[in-house]
Ligand binder design. Structure first.
Ligand code: KG4
Ligand code: ZN
Length: 330
């Protein structure tokens, strides 16, 4: 099954072709980061318009790239596609609708099935690409909008075991980056700066939430207070490193606890924050020390992309009719 994936849930327009959920044939993406940087965050209406402008030219680029791999003329690639897959939530409603309308038009014109995909499940499915990962596993999904521990019993069946009760972990990274004047998007900037700082310099509190849930809003406030009223000279790299340590410590501890409690030896990382170098290295060390099998996508498949959408369509997509809508929250 050759799936065309379409992703427009936030500020990345992306197309990809994936065969049988695992083999990446071609992938194209345009990021709007530069457009939104001046505003310090994504402006939904601007993002939707940009998706609309990017849609057709980017699709043409994808078909050209795929034609080389499939040894077909670009004009015949779409006929070789088995299904059109699209994220229909959660995300920004205006941007989702651009991708979904495009997907519906293509499904109708080509007379192919339309498969809708949940964005969070798609992040997890990025781990199937180029690997032999199979359920059961525990997934830690950490993105700009979500922080969840999920137990995947099978490809389609999962339960949310824990989640944030306030800010998402990526949101915390972005807010702390803003407090430190590192600009947007914040996660990669904090990651870079933290590598030069001392994670023990400041003791920022972990949110005290029972079970496998998380809280990051108190941590953000603690960072703000420290930056506003430094007891001595402020070293931004130390603040970044101490903040990153507080976030990653709790993400790591609860995920491992959960895997042990569920008797699962496979742990999967997903979402933009799974690109964080310190978080990745914590799990890599665990794999060596305790024999867990750790899966984490290459950096380009951690943040939003369409390959994960095409993969998710294969493993857990829902066949939809042309009246299907988009949703901003699950
Ligand atoms: O999954 P994603 O691309 O979009 C959402 O679905 O939200 O995640 C974006 C989030 C942003 O908050 C960004 O700051 C964060 O992922 N991020 C990182 C890193 N790279 C991206 N956070 C920490 N360290 C990174 N290296
Ligand atoms: Zn995402």
């Amino acid at each position: 099954m050759l799936c065309l994936g379409i992703e427009t849930s936030c500020d990345e327009t992306a197309f990809a072709l994936v065969e049988n959920g695992r083999r990446l044939i071609a992938s194209k993406l345009v990021s709007q980061t530069e457009v939104h940087r001046a505003f310090g965050g994504v402006v939904p209406e601007v993002a939707a318009r940009r998706h609309l402008e990017a849609f057709n030219p980017l699709l043409d680029e994808l078909l050209l790239e795929a034609s080389g791999v499939l040894a077909l003329p670009a004009s015949e690639v779409l006929s070789a596609v088995s299904a059109i897959a699209c994220t229909n939530g959660p995300g920004l409603i205006g941007t989702l609708l651009v991708g979904l309308a495009g997907a519906k038009a293509m499904a109708w014109a080509l007379d192919k099935p339309l498969l809708t995909v949940d964005h969070i499940q798609a992040h997890v499915c990025a781990n199937y690409i180029g690997t032999e990962l199979e359920p059961p596993f525990i997934a830690l999904v950490v993105s700009g909008g979500h922080t969840q521990i999920m137990h995947f019993k099978s490809y389609k069946e999962f339960e949310i075991v824990g989640q944030t009760i306030d800010d998402a972990s990526g949101e915390a990274y972005d807010k702390v980056a803003r407090i430190l004047g590192l600009g947007y998007p914040g996660g990669p900037a904090v990651d870079r700066l933290a590598s030069q700082g001392n994670p023990q310099a400041y003791s920022f509190p972990e949110g005290q939430v029972p079970g496998y849930d998380f809280s990051f809003s108190g941590l953000k406030t603690a960072v703000m207070r420290t930056v506003e009223n430094p007891r001595s000279g402020l070293v931004a790299a130390d603040v970044a490193a101490s903040f990153q340590d507080a976030v990653n410590r709790v993400l790591f501890r609860k995920t491992v606890q959960c895997a042990k409690a569920y008797g699962v030896d496979r742990i999967v990382l997903a979402g933009g924050v799974a690109a964080n170098s310190d978080l990745r290295s914590r799990f890599e060390k665990l794999a060596l020390a305790e024999g867990f099998k750790i899966f984490r996508p290459p950096i380009a498949l951690c943040t939003d992309n369409a390959a994960m959408v095409a993969s998710a369509a294969f493993f857990s997509g829902n066949e939809a009719d042309l009246s299907v809508g988009a949703y901003s929250r699950r």
